[in-house]
Ligand binder design. Structure first.
Ligand code: SAH
Ligand code: SF4
Length: 364
């Protein structure tokens, strides 16, 4: 018999489970406190429960269902993981520690991705399935648990792992609410990154949440953006920016635009000026991420001199930008890269995962 994942149960469902086992309803509050307050990683650690209760619970339930399939730890402290799900699907999560004490989890919302962005390792592997809200939440929960064991807290979560969160809207939003309610992570410390599904951006603006929104723009011309991000054929730049303006007005919040800087493609002076004209006057910020080279795409990362010139042009349009720090430079920490490495025959044959030359994960 499959065991129940306790993280999949809400308050009432947990209480029902315990009552069905012959326990008093107040045990549910105790169990939840151990799960989300103390953040223990095993039932046996729930010390104010009678041993018999723990044994009974352990027969039918388990604390989480993600199976660790591979892990790499970078010299800068970034931890990259591949988890196996119940049906064998593989997903990635990353934990990034920052010098100022922030601990940011980067989590996946889908196994693979249907959006087909040509430079993205996840896009290159295609779509397998949506994750459940619990599968999304549990990735952050596992990091929160490990941090709690050493007296630290998970402070931020970004939906920048595998998949398009707005293509799995309901589950992603349910996971956001779990992060807020169960782990006490404030909406302002959660970022959803989208490739630009305009209707969902509007829907998200109407949710009344103060969660941050990042939009992967990457090009300022429709024909070129469509080549890089096929979704642009469905919602072009004008439709996308209309939705973004709606979000800024409705939420009274700044929006971030992601810009994967690709040498000779989108790092030119012309491109900077066109982007400047597009975004001028908008309440926004541009996050420049030097491209992480991937096996299925020949583009290379823009160099820092071009990026500086690009930023200067944006400044002349009154637009702020930040180059995001490269994290886990020595491990395969780019979106979809470790899973790709894991699936390579030579990676399967050896017990270690081959290192990737580059990675860039943006911070919130
Ligand atoms: N699907 C969402 C969130 C996951 S991807 C989205 O596309 O926004 C998170 C970010 O990583 C996106 O901005 C995406 O464009 C970027 N990204 C993907 N592959 C990359 C690569 N090889 N180099 C740099 N950035 C990349
Ligand atoms: Fe999907 Fe985002 Fe990768 Fe595009 S960049 S393929 S939307 S995960």
């Amino acid at each position: 018999m499959n065991k129940v994942n306790l993280y999949a149960l809400d308050r009432e469902q947990l209480r029902d489970l315990l009552v069905k086992m012959g326990e008093k309803p107040f045990r549910a509050r105790q169990v939840r406190d151990w799960m989300y307050g103390q953040r223990v990683d095993k039932l046996a650690a729930m010390r104010n429960l009678p041993d018999a209760t723990i044994d009974k619970l352990a027969e039918v339930a388990e604390l989480g269902e993600l199976q660790l399939a591979a892990q790499q730890i970078s010299r800068d402290g970034t931890i990259k993981r591949v988890y196996q799900l119940c049906d064998g699907q593989l997903i990635e999560s990353v934990l990034m520690p920052y010098a100022d004490g922030r601990m940011t989890a980067c989590i996946s919302s889908q196994a693979g991705c249907a959006m087909g962005c040509v430079f993205c390792a996840t896009g290159q592997m295609g779509f397998s399935r949506n994750l459940t809200a619990t599968e999304i939440f549990e990735q952050a929960m596992v990091f929160a648990r490990e941090l709690a064991a050493r007296g630290e807290r998970l402070s931020n979560v970004v939906f920048m792992g595998m998949g398009e969160p707005f293509h799995n809207y309901e589950a992603s939003l349910a996971a956001v609410r779990m992060l807020m309610q169960r782990l006490g992570i404030g909406a302002r410390h959660i970022t959803i990154s989208t490739v630009g599904l305009a209707p969902q951006i509007r829907r998200f603006a109407d949710e009344g949440l103060q969660v941050k929104l990042a939009v992967s723009l990457h090009r300022s011309d429709d024909a070129q953006r469509s080549q890089l991000l096929p979704v642009n054929r469905r919602w072009d730049i004008a439709a996308l920016l209309d939705a973004c303006r709606y979000y800024c007005a409705r939420r009274n919040r700044r929006i971030s635009f992601e810009w994967a800087a690709i040498a000779g493609e989108n790092d030119t002076a012309d491109e900077a000026r066109r982007l400047g004209r597009l975004l001028q006057g908008m309440n926004c910020h541009v996050n420049i991420i030097p491209l992480n080279p991937t096996g299925g795409y020949t583009g290379l990362s823009a160099d820092s001199r071009n990026i500086e010139a690009f930023q200067a042009t944006l400044r002349s349009f009154g637009l702020g930008s930040t180059v995001r720090v490269r994290r886990g430079i020595d491990i395969a920490a780019g979106c979809g890269q470790l899973k790709t490495a894991l699936l390579l025959p030579q990676a399967r044959a050896s017990s270690t995962i081959p290192a990737m030359p580059n990675e860039a994960i943006s911070q919130p």
